[in-house]
Design a protein around this ligand. Structure first.
Ligand SMILES: *Cc1c(COP(=O)(O)O)cnc(C)c1O
Length: 480
């Protein structure tokens, strides 16, 4: 056992004893979650395992302090230590990503995007253009007035990747406030290759003239050329905002460099801290100097008081991501995704875009196995493999049942999985899904929800998964 694992064991044992004295069910749930995390083959592309150092840093009295405002300008007294914590987190973020400005307060990725949207809109408002409306009431305005107002307010037009092409809810989807506050259009991917078509995007942007062009995704298995995205944004007078929530770890680890690194090209970059970046749950905004003041208005404009303990965790995780070993980790994430894709392809599976060059593999289970995403997700969980169902472009099964399974390698790579392990994982997935059949409806057609797995396959897969997991223990030496 390493010294740090021994220390963590002592710390967590003490924590569980104390929590258990007040509410034993919570202590039990904390222990059970460790057990579940240790014993499942986690391929959820948005999840990871933060370091014990990062996690231990979260549970402190920094949680007890109110610190609305910005570093050095708080609405509360006595914030000197929160100032230190937020400054260190922001410093690490600026250094790690080469950003002019970093804002470490957002509580999540969605919150980071709200901060960014508001910052861009406030930046774009041409105040003199509004003055002539001050004496008018809403009833005085005709359509031309509304159009002029819209443009004065940054025209309120947003263009982001569509949900079924891999974009995120916050990029203009109608069930998110981004789809309500903006006049929104989405761009998709090429129907044949599944790849982002920059010429089509350029054409669409020229027609629509968005105020904000959003780059980034949650389920697109390829890299993006952000130099071209910025060119398009400039051509139509849009601000380029990139949401790197999913792939921030690949940027931090210098797998995405040059045109694939959004930071030198986008005026605003948002991210989560808990996905490939491997920090605590949370969000961050990076910006050019030009947008810094508007980003700083995030709290209290759209955010509640900053979470001092979480910003401390972000600072620790960002310090870890600045270590050279993080670059090896990030490269291994990409290598493992490629090995997983190749393992599935050689077993006859169909992948959206035919492969991957990031951390995501999008498996088309309808074409490959005649299943819906929901059936495949269920059969894999029964077999000890945790994934999530996901739409594929122009999904025939819709957003609920879906035709895809999204697989991601950040979490297993944190446990030390290598490319040869990923080939074994691909085999387990292919075998389990090949043994799964949809239950027929009373009309004799394949149903979308229920399934059966051939006898013994789920048990066999679970046993093989356990063996792999045993070779790569999570938090080795932590004994609770
Ligand atoms: C995960 C994700 C988010 C949302 O993050 P939360 O922390 O869950 O709010 C936003 N954008 C993208 C692209 C994401 O993948």
């Amino acid at each position: 056992m390493t010294d740090s694992a021994a220390l963590a064991t002592t710390a967590y044992q003490a924590m569980l004893t104390l929590v258990g004295q007040t509410e034993p069910r919570i202590a039990e749930a904390i222990k059970a979650e460790l057990h579940d995390q240790r014993h499942s083959l986690k391929l959820i592309a948005s999840e990871n395992y933060a370091s014990l150092t990062t996690l231990l840093g979260l549970g402190t009295w920094l949680s007890d302090k109110y610190a609305e405002g910005t570093i050095g300008h708080r609405f509360y007294a006595g914030c000197q230590n929160i100032d230190t914590v937020e400054s260190v987190a922001a410093e690490h973020a600026r250094e790690l990503f080469g950003a002019e400005y970093a804002y470490a307060q957002p509580h999540s990725g969605i919150d980071a995007n709200l901060v960014a949207y508001w910052a861009i809109l406030s930046h774009l408002v041409e105040r003199p253009a509004l003055e002539k409306y001050h004496a008018k009431t809403v009833n005085d305005l005709d359509q031309a007035d509304w159009d002029e107002l819209r443009y004065a307010l940054g025209n309120q037009r947003l263009m982001g990747m569509s949900l079924d092409a891999g974009g995120h809810l916050t990029h203009g989807f109608r069930h998110n406030i981004s789809g309500k506050m903006f006049d929104q259009r989405s761009y998709g991917t090429d129907p044949v290759t599944g790849l982002l078509d920059y010429d089509a995007l350029r054409k669409q942007a020229k027609e629509f003239k968005p105020a904000i062009l959003v780059g980034g995704y949650s389920a697109y298995p390829r890299r993006i050329n952000f130099a071209i995205m910025r060119e398009i944004a400039d051509e139509v007078g849009a601000v380029l905002m990139v949401d790197m929530a999913h792939f921030a770890g690949l940027v931090a680890g210098k797998v995405f460099t040059g045109d694939e690194n959004p930071v030198p090209f986008a005026q605003i970059v948002t991210t989560t801290t808990h996905k490939s970046l491997r920090g605590p749950r949370g969000g961050m905004v990076l910006a050019t100097k030009e947008f810094a003041d508007d980003v700083d208005r995030g709290c209290p404009m759209v955010l509640g008081g900053p979470l001092g303990n979480m910003m401390a965790g972000k600072a620790v995780a960002l310090a870890e991501a600045r270590q050279p070993s993080f670059q090896d980790y990030a490269q291994q994430i990409a290598d493992n995704a490629k090995a997983l894709a190749e393992g599935l392809l050689k077993r006859g599976a169909t992948l959206v875009t035919g492969g991957t060059d990031n951390h995501i593999v999008l498996l088309d289970v309808a074409s490959s196995f005649g299943l819906t995403g929901r059936q495949a997700e269920g059969a894999l969980i029964d077999s000890g493999v945790v994934t999530n169902r996901n739409s594929i472009p122009r999904d025939p099964n819709g957003a609920w049942y879906t035709s895809g399974i999204r697989l991601g390698t950040p979490a297993l790579t944190s446990r030390g999985f290598t490319t040869s392990d990923m080939d074994v994982v691909a085999g387990l997935i292919a075998d389990a899904l090949a043994a799964t059949k949809p239950v027929m409806t009373s009309a004799g057609a394949p149903g979308k929800a229920k399934y059966t797995i051939a006898d013994g396959v789920a048990e066999r897969t679970q046993a093989a998964a356990d063996e792999l997991l045993g070779n790569h223990p999570l938090y080795p030496g932590l004994e609770l």
